[in-house]
Write a protein that binds this ligand. Structure first.
Ligand code: SAM
Length: 268
C-alpha cells in the first residue's frame, strides 16, 4: 500500500496544492510533452501536475525540498511512470549538470511564490540548457513579466525577463483552484529562452546594472537615473531621448544603450 500524504501544507514552503482538474489539464496541454523531451518539475508537492504529466510522458524528474513529501510521492508515482526525485533546494540545483549531454530541459512548476524571483533568475543562469518553462506564479508577477513599454507595470522584471526569453502569459488561475487558497490570483506563463546570438547583450553585468539604475527611481528621466553611468550624449548616441523615462524604453533600446556604454568605458 502506498503511503498517503498526511502532512498539512507548509506555509513557509509556499505549499498551495492544485486540485482543480481543468486547470491541471490545461497545464499539461500547454506543456504538450513529446517523445524524447526531458521534463523536469520544480516543487511537485503531492503530485497534482506530476502524475498527469507522467501518464502522458512516462518519465519525469522532480525537484522537491520538503522531505515529508519524498516517500509518498515516490510510492504514488509507481502507478504512473518512471519518476526520478531530487530531494534538494532548487536554488542549489545545477541545471547545466542535470542536462548533461542530453536534450535541453523542459521545466514545469507551480512555484512557491515566496521564492519565484530567485528561482526564475537561478534558472535563467542556466538558460542555455533550457528549452522552455511553464510556471504558475502570482498573476501580478506574470503581468509584470509580460508587460510592454508604456504599461503601468512595465519595469525591471519585464526588461530582464524579455531580454533573455520570449514571455507569453497563458491563462489566469483563481485562488479556489488550490488548497489552501492563496490570497491572490495566479497565472501560468510560458518562457522560451532566446538564442544567445539573438539576445545581443555584450556584458550581462552591465546590462543588469543599467536596467536596475534606470528603474531605480521610476519618475526620474534617463539622464538623471543613469547619471552615475553615462552622460546625455551617450544616451542620445544610443538613439534615446535623455528626458525619456525608463518605463517608455523598449528592451532592445536598453540592450543598445548598455552595449554602447560598454564600448565607451571598457569592461565592467
Ligand atoms: N506542484 C504542486 C501542486 O501544484 O500542487 C505543489 C506546488 S506548491 C505551490 C510549491 C512546491 O514547491 C511545494 O511542494 C514545496 O514544498 C516546494 N518547494 C518550496 N521551496 C522549494 C525549494 N527551495 N526547492 C524545491 N522545492 C521547493
Amino acid at each position: 500500500m502506498s503511503r498517503p500524504f498526511t502532512e498539512p501544507p507548509k506555509k513557509h514552503l509556499g505549499q498551495h496544492f492544485l486540485h482543480e482538474r481543468g486547470i491541471i489539464g490545461k497545464i499539461v496541454q500547454a506543456v504538450d510533452p513529446q517523445p524524447g523531451d526531458r521534463l523536469v518539475e520544480i516543487g511537485p508537492g503531492q503530485g497534482a501536475i506530476t502524475f498527469p504529466l507522467l501518464d502522458r510522458h512516462r518519465a519525469l524528474t522532480v525537484i522537491e525540498y520538503d522531505r515529508d513529501l519524498i516517500a509518498p510521492l515516490t510510492e504514488a508515482a509507481r502507478a504512473h511512470g518512471e519518476l526520478t526525485v531530487i530531494h534538494r533546494d532548487v536554488l542549489e540545483v545545477d541545471f547545466t549538470a542535470l542536462a548533461g549531454d542530453g536534450p535541453p530541459l523542459r521545466l514545469v512548476g507551480n512555484l512557491p511564490y515566496n521564492l519565484s524571483s530567485p528561482i526564475l533568475f537561478h534558472v535563467l543562469d542556466h538558460a542555455a540548457v533550457v528549452r522552455d518553462m511553464h510556471f504558475m506564479l502570482q498573476k501580478e508577477v506574470v503581468d509584470r513579466m509580460a508587460a510592454a513599454p508604456g504599461s503601468k507595470v512595465y519595469g525591471r522584471l519585464s526588461v530582464m525577463l524579455q531580454a533573455y526569453c520570449t514571455v507569453t502569459s497563458l491563462f489566469r488561475v483563481p485562488p479556489g483552484a488550490f488548497r489552501p487558497p492563496p490570497k491572490v490570483d495566479s497565472a501560468v506563463v510560458r518562457l522560451v529562452p532566446r538564442r544567445r546570438e539573438d539576445i545581443g547583450i555584450a556584458d550581462p553585468g552591465r546590462f543588469a546594472a543599467v536596467v536596475r539604475d534606470a528603474f531605480g527611481q521610476r519618475r526620474k528621466t534617463l539622464r538623471n537615473a543613469l547619471a552615475q553611468q553615462c552622460d546625455a550624449a551617450t544616451i542620445e548616441a544610443a538613439g534615446l531621448r535623455p528626458d525619456a523615462r525608463a518605463e517608455q524604453v523598449a528592451v532592445a533600446d536598453f540592450v543598445r544603450l548598455a552595449n554602447l556604454l560598454g564600448q565607451r568605458s571598457g569592461p565592467t
